[in-house]
Design a protein around this ligand. Structure first.
Ligand code: AMO
Length: 430
């Protein structure tokens, strides 16, 4: 039997004088002239309960502590003084789970704590209204991403996460022992999403990826959710158009579903320019040089350089396209007219790369050559290459870091803060 008839947010004026059963956490407790005010919180929000002196419920309420889990039966009544204009006059209340005092973290946000403390006390931290808002926004964003892709005929797929070889040069792998053999946790679904696009045309996946990140930055995790798309018969321009639609869909979805959450975070979604402006890598390097930065063709454009570029461009969201082939992984297709450049892009939010993608090589010979150029052995990639002998269409795709996109959708400043249980060099629990 469900312990409740309504969730906190559903209690409104339309229920005036009705009996309801509610259950949740004691968010705050106040004693006022023989009455107790309990603000009850559940996954949907807050509702005020009133317990009057002399009732049996009052004796139980005396025992309550903040964050205890309770179930209450009561009558709804409208009262202008109550938050949202309604409260529940309690007739019965039971404690389902009593919370110890003092709490290691203040959930009602009267005292703020630093990120390290919050991550250590994460389960309590996730009960804070701000974190509830973040989790709701994330759910709405992922849903909008999925729905937009379904509407365009993409299938959601699942690729193996225990794999035999690296795909993203530069990022370190986590080894695992696989029945006595060495294997790795997937850095990206890259090769498998390509093979799937080569079989069923339009695919996407929302799944974790792992990278042994040594550095402690606000933008890197050892485990992150990668939102991957791969489509046969698309090139990188088609993929950038699709990505633009997805970004729009995600922003609209969050705006529509989560306006109260955005308010809770005191955040307004940025108003971006559409179509999303594009600048080539070459032009970016020229701009950086003009700004006095010591860079040359072939260098990576790291976050500090993106800051300079962002300022010079005055754009909050932009593509950097046509990266040097040498700076991209082996599967990236070179440009026909200038093979030193590639059909590739990064999508930048201010100074943060949130997506990267490209047209892929679809010829076995080119792939073998590209592997060799990078000092990789084609025979280690035979499990991938051999399918290029049996009809591999041209294809393209991208990978989007959910936690980085979440910084754009919440205004928070660290990816560790938007992930429920982040994994980095220092953290393996909770
Ligand atoms: P890339 O390595 O650029 O490309 O990764 C794609 C996106 O994933 C996110 N990301 C991360 N987020 C948090 N912590 C990390 N350590 C981390 N590393 C990457 C970023 C980045 O833009 N296979 C290609 C994608 C493709 O071409 O389809 C790839 O993995 O937001």
């Amino acid at each position: 039997m469900m312990l409740k008839t309504h969730r906190a947010r559903e209690v409104d004026e339309s229920l005036e004088a009705k009996e309801v059963f509610l259950a949740g956490w004691v968010h705050t407790l106040r004693d006022l002239g023989g009455k107790k005010f309990i603000v009850l919180r559940d996954g949907t929000g807050l509702v005020q309960l009133v317990v009057e002196k002399g009732s049996k419920a009052f004796d139980v309420a005396q025992e309550l502590t903040q964050e205890s889990v309770v179930r209450a039966k009561g009558l709804v009544r409208t009262d202008k003084r109550a938050p949202r204009g309604v409260e529940v006059k309690v007739e019965e209340i039971n404690i389902l789970s009593r919370a110890k005092t003092p709490l290691p973290l203040d959930v009602s946000d009267k005292v703020s704590a630093d990120l390290d403390t919050r991550l250590r006390e994460r389960v309590l931290d996730l009960r804070r209204l701000e974190m509830q808002a973040v989790m709701r926004i994330q759910s709405a964003a992922v849903r909008a991403f999925r729905e937009k892709l379904y509407s365009k005929g993409f299938l959601e797929v699942f690729t193996p996460k225990i794999i035999a070889s690296a795909t993203e040069g530069g990022a370190a792998l986590f080894p695992v022992i696989y029945f006595g053999k060495e294997a790795f946790l997937a850095q990206s679904p890259q090769l498998y999403k390509e093979l799937l696009a080569g079989s069923i045309e339009r695919v996407f996946e929302v799944a974790p990826a792992w990278r042994a990140e040594e550095s402690d930055t606000p933008f890197h995790l050892s485990e992150f959710v990668s939102m991957d798309v791969e489509a046969a018969f698309f090139d990188y321009n088609d993929i950038m158009d699709l990505l633009e639609d997805l970004i729009k869909g995600m922003i609209d979805g969050v705006q529509r579903e989560c306006s109260d959450c955005l308010k809770e975070l005191n955040y307004e979604l940025p108003k971006f320019e559409f179509p999303i402006p594009k600048i080539t890598y070459k032009d970016s390097i020229e701009i950086l040089k003009k700004e006095g930065v010591d860079v040359k063709f072939g260098d990576d454009i790291s976050t500090p350089l993106l800051r300079v570029l962002n300022k010079a461009l005055g754009k909050d969201l932009y593509f950097i396209t046509d990266w040097p082939s040498s700076a991209r992984p082996f599967y990236t297709k070179a440009k026909g007219d200038d093979p030193s450049l590639s059909e590739s892009f990064d999508l930048i939010f201010r100074s943060l790369e949130i997506v990267s993608g490209s047209t892929r090589n679809s010829s076995r010979d080119v792939l073998e050559e590209s592997l060799k150029q990078r000092g990789l052995n084609p025979s280690s990639f035979e499990f991938f290459l051999r399918w290029f002998d049996y009809g591999m269409p041209p294809h393209a795709g991208f990978g989007m870091g959910l936690s980085r996109v979440m910084l754009m959708l919440t205004g928070l400043s660290s990816v560790k803060d938007v992930v429920a249980f982040p994994r980095d060099k220092k953290r393996l629990t909770p």
